[in-house]
Write a protein of this length. Sequence first.
Length: 277
Amino acid sequence: MPQQKSLTVTSLNVGRFLQDRTRAYIQSLGNTEALPDVLCLQDIPFRDLSLLEQFPHIAFGPMANHLINGERAVVGIAMLSRYPMTDIVYHTTWGDGKLKDLQGVDNKNQRITPTTENDRLVESTEDRVVICANIIKDDIEYGMVTTHGQWVRGGVTNDVQRQSTRSLIHFVLAQAGRRNGIVLVGDMNFGRNSEIYKMFIDKKFRDCVPLEIDNTLDPEHPAVRKGIRVVRDYFMICEGYGGDFVSYDLHEVSEVILRPGVSDHCALSATISMVPA
């Protein structure tokens, strides 16, 4: 029996500052750490993509010009691949698509007080973006989409998060239809019991992170140290028919694992395969 063809994917929020442990981890990929076929990063400074020479194909979506160690640096999301990427599409779920200096933070990139005002300033100067692409490996096209979901204080849903999520879902559904299905990956910034999570489930997105995984934050994250456990990072399948109900294949996500100790989130990895419908 021929070996099933598959794609390995890792997602990680690197946390803007690229801590020493995060820098060490991404540079160790392909050496002491397994090298995934695709790496999706959130909160990655554009200037630090040069550290990832293992991935010849890169798509970057800028979110804002952050203030890091007193200097401005463009921060966003990235999809990096060892294999060719085609049909790359960008979408803004919140914001106007124009790169701006992030406001509402101090020189250490921490939100200033009062909280209501700084949240408004951040929302008005930081876009939320999506990258969608086909990854071609072994003559198979894998539809992939990555994003960094809208952050809300205390995990309390607001209208900005709802609007951003509606835009994201509409975009992913459209892309899934034209690509015969898609896998959504990233730090989504919502928990499983939230209103936002239900919005995805109601639209038939399939959560592929096993239920026994009840936390994707790093063990040293302040919330976890207070006893809070929450899933924030996901692999989700959105099937699409592309007008062909007979021959289209189903995505399958398996071997979902966490790698702690590399950032304030765990690295979340999985294997994606295509199986006949």
